[in-house]
Every structure is written in structure tokens, then in C-alpha cells.
Design a binder for this molecule. Structure first.
Ligand code: FAD
Length: 139
């Protein structure tokens, strides 16, 4: 089955409580390990930016569950493409907290010094996630 990469952005809702992030990461890592999905999730207390990579069918299934999750809304796909190899293969879901989303990094990949992923192209979002990967501890 073809390897696929999907990148989307979304906005947190009131149903996402402070402890929800841990619950999301635990569920993500469990499902993703089973489904051989790898990726990265960044979050700045308002927006999520996530990359999922894996077989096309498993990525589509995961995205469908994620899209229906009421803990976030306005879920928009920035990029969806067939790929020849994974770049986040070490992470069932690497997590990037707000502290890593610096003004310098934001200005490098968007028109603003704050984290505005809805205004990023898929290519910029991917490049930003690649940059964030450099300081990510392995799962
Ligand atoms: P459960 O965790 O038991 O959830 C059952 C249903 O309840 C689901 O519809 C779920 O959306 C909903 N739900 C669960 N907890 C809450 C809550 N506290 N408030 C409101 N509704 C709730 N899943 C993955 O498998 N891989 C990922 O990479 C991934 N990334 C995610 C990224 C984000 C930003 C978010 C918000 C969710 C992500 N999820 C991911 C979780 C995904 O949306 C589903 O919740 C999860 O896959 C379903 O897990 P489950 O089958 O164990 O059901």
C-alpha cells in the first residue's frame, strides 16, 4: 500500500481540557503504533498542526477519526501526498510544545512571528515540522 503523508491544522475547542492533551497523545501513540503510522503534533494552546505518515488506508482511517473529534474544530488539510519514505519514522507521535514554536521559527516559515498555521502553505508547514524534528526526543 502506498506511503502517504497528510498535514492538517485545527483549532482547539472548549471540550479540550488541560488533561486532554495527555489523553490525545496516549490514544494517538497506541493506535499509531498498531497501524504503523508515524508523525508529529505541534500545539500552541490555540492551534494544532499535525503530520501523519503511513499507508494510505491507515492514514485516511486515522484522519477520519481525528476529523470527528470534538476536542478540536475547523480541521483543514494543508497537504496530502504520496511519499517514497517517512521522515518521522522514529515517532509514533512526536510532540512539540508551545515553547519550541519560537518567534524566529514562525517568521522563517510564515508571514508572522506568531504561530499561524492556517496561513501556511503545505510546503512551509512541512519544512517547519522538519525543523522542529531536529530537537525532538525519540519516542
Ligand atoms: P476513545 O479515545 O475512547 O474515544 C471515543 C470517542 O470519544 C472518539 O470519537 C473521541 O474523539 C471522543 N473523545 C474521547 N475523549 C474525549 C474528550 N475528552 N472529549 C470529547 N470527546 C472525546 N488518534 C490517533 O489514533 N492518532 C493520532 O495521531 C491522533 N492525533 C490526534 C490529534 C488531535 C489534535 C486530536 C484532537 C486527536 C487526535 N487523535 C489521534 C485522537 C482521535 O481523534 C480519536 O479520539 C482516537 O483515535 C479514538 O481513540 P479510541 O478509539 O481509543 O476512542
Amino acid at each position: 500500500m502506498y506511503l502517504t503523508r497528510l498535514i492538517y491544522v485545527s483549532t482547539i475547542t472548549q471540550l479540550c481540557r488541560p488533561e486532554s492533551l495527555d489523553e490525545i497523545l496516549i490514544a494517538s501513540r497506541k493506535h499509531n503504533e498498531e497501524d504503523h503510522i508515524t508523525g508529529i503534533l505541534s500545539f500552541d494552546e490555540q492551534y494544532f498542526l499535525q503530520c501523519l505518515e503511513g499507508s494510505r488506508s491507515k492514514v485516511n482511517e486515522a484522519y477520519s477519526r481525528i476529523h470527528n473529534d470534538k476536542r478540536h474544530t475547523n480541521v483543514i488539510i494543508l497537504d496530502y501526498e504520496e511519499i517514497s519514505s517517512r521522515v518521522f519514522g522514529d515517532w509514533s507521535m512526536g510532540y512539540v510544545p508551545k515553547s519550541k514554536l519560537t518567534a524566529l521559527l514562525n517568521i522563517q516559515f510564515s508571514g508572522s512571528d506568531s504561530f499561524t498555521p492556517y496561513e501556511m502553505s503545505g510546503a512551509s508547514a512541512f519544512q517547519m515540522l522538519l525543523e522542529l524534528k531536529k530537537n525532538l526526543p525519540s519516542d
